[in-house]
Design a protein. Structure first.
Length: 110
């Protein structure tokens, strides 16, 4: 596995009830490398659409990291965010380590 950047987006279910997580993968040059949808099964198990077909792939393991960051409970995420207030913060992975790093400038929403 090479170096990659990951960002999570919440996507509304087609039936309008609930959401699922879409983990978007990009190269270090910010070129799209695909996305993986992570759904919660009725059993509570997280299921990913990636080809790994493992019980718990890296995308499923990323969800709690994104949840902690979103809740303001990840000190490393907060440090990177405080140092880069104008940037989105993305998850970097090189297959051995995972770390938060600044991504592109945040989009201004009206």
């Amino acid at each position: 596995m090479g170096k990659a950047l990951y960002v999570r987006r919440k996507i509304d279910n087609e039936d309008g009830e609930g959401q699922f997580d879409r983990i978007m993968k990009m190269s270090m040059d910010l070129e799209g490398q695909g996305h993986y949808d992570v759904h919660k099964a009725y059993t509570g198990e997280m299921i990913c659409s990636c080809p790994a077909r493992q019980t718990e792939c890296r995308h499923v393991r990323m969800i709690p990291m994104f949840d902690l960051a979103e809740a303001g409970m990840d000190p490393e995420y907060k440090r990177v965010q405080d140092e880069n207030p104008d940037n989105e913060i993305w998850l970097f992975s090189d297959g051995k380590k995972i770390a938060w790093m600044p991504g592109p400038i945040k989009q201004v929403e009206d």
